[in-house]
Design a protein around this ligand. Structure first.
Ligand code: MG
Length: 168
């Protein structure tokens, strides 16, 4: 079955919503990343860049794969010891981050800086996804959301050369 690009995007967006993440949540992460560089940045601009990142095939693939793996862990359907590793979100696992890199990669080296930073600070929706409370597993989703925000922030930065002057 060949899925049309547009419907793949819609499926990916719907999956994010079902897992409790909105485009606005991600735009707020972009705001957090860009506020130190652009005083007048608004949520609307951030949202525009998030929406652009969400048109990318690589991003759809990462969302579909990551959320599928989170769901399998949630439903106890993974083989051991992977089940326990993903369910407990073990720090040394690292494959969740590798998957997210396929998104971060899209916009070059600033993306990695942004991703590393947001992954450390975990503001907004990332804090909620990382709470490890309740039945949900977000081992992959938190990195994907952070990566989309980092990619959108980088995209925004590429539009504004003064940002590059500061960071390089
Ligand atoms: Mg993770």
């Amino acid at each position: 079955m060949v899925i049309e690009h547009e419907s793949l995007e819609q499926i990916a967006r719907n999956l994010l919503h079902q897992r409790g993440v909105t485009e606005n949540d991600i735009a707020e992460l972009v705001m957090f990343l860009q506020k130190p560089y652009f005083e007048n940045i608004d949520l609307e601009t951030c949202l525009l860049h998030v929406n652009k990142v969400l048109t990318k095939r690589e991003v759809h693939n990462a969302i579909l794969t990551g959320i599928q793996l989170d769901l399998l862990a949630e439903e106890n359907k993974m083989m051991e010891p992977l089940q326990e590793i993903v369910q407990k979100d073990e720090g040394l696992y690292g494959i969740d981050e590798i998957l997210a890199f396929s998104i971060v990669n899209l916009y070059g080296s600033i993306g990695f800086t942004n991703y590393g930073y947001i992954d450390k600070v975990k503001p907004g929706i990332l804090k909620i996804l990382n709470s490890h409370e309740g039945p949900h597993v977000h081992t992959f989703l938190d990195d994907i959301v952070g990566a989309i925000a980092a990619a959108a922030a980088s995209r925004l930065a590429h539009d504004n050369p003064t940002y590059s002057d500061i960071t390089h």
